[in-house]
Design a protein around this ligand. Structure first.
Ligand code: ZN
Length: 139
């Protein structure tokens, strides 16, 4: 069995951001040489997510509005977590809703995604260096 490990690094200029990483994940699959296998992609931070959905106009803004409606960043005093001196209580909750990781099948060397599926990095407490782990296994 082959395996390949790759870290993708991000430093977003805004607190929250949503980045299509499908191409970078496919590159890791290409480098791995795996033709039939599985690809795990996970955020290595508790205030960021990896998820799969459509890269469609308006959808990212809708996600952001929806996440802000259930876990608004302000007022930061509403979160007990922020009594520690942090201001990212909302980001922990956003990460929980949007998930930690995705697993995608690899078939004939390609990510075997549905027709509209794209892999995203969701950042909820950015402006610092953070990373995503890509682990490819197979034959
Ligand atoms: Zn925190």
């Amino acid at each position: 069995m082959k395996s390949h490990r790759k870290e993708l690094w991000f430093e977003t200029s805004s607190r929250r951001d949503y980045i299509n990483i499908t191409g970078q994940v496919q590159e890791a699959v290409d480098v791995s040489g795996v033709i039939e296998g599985l690809c795990l992609v996970n955020a290595m931070h508790i205030t960021a997510s990896v998820y799969i959905n459509d890269d469609e106009g308006g959808l990212i803004e809708d996600y952001d509005d929806w996440l802000e409606s259930i876990a608004p960043h302000e007022p930061t005093t509403r979160y007990r977590h922020n009594r520690t001196g942090e201001d990212n209580g909302d980001a922990h909750l956003k990460r929980q809703i949007m998930g930690r990781e995705v697993v995608v099948a690899i078939t004939e060397g390609r990510l075997d995604l549905g027709p509209w599926e794209q892999i995203f990095y969701g950042e909820f407490d950015g402006r610092r260096r953070k990373r995503v782990l890509v682990k490819v296994i197979g034959e």
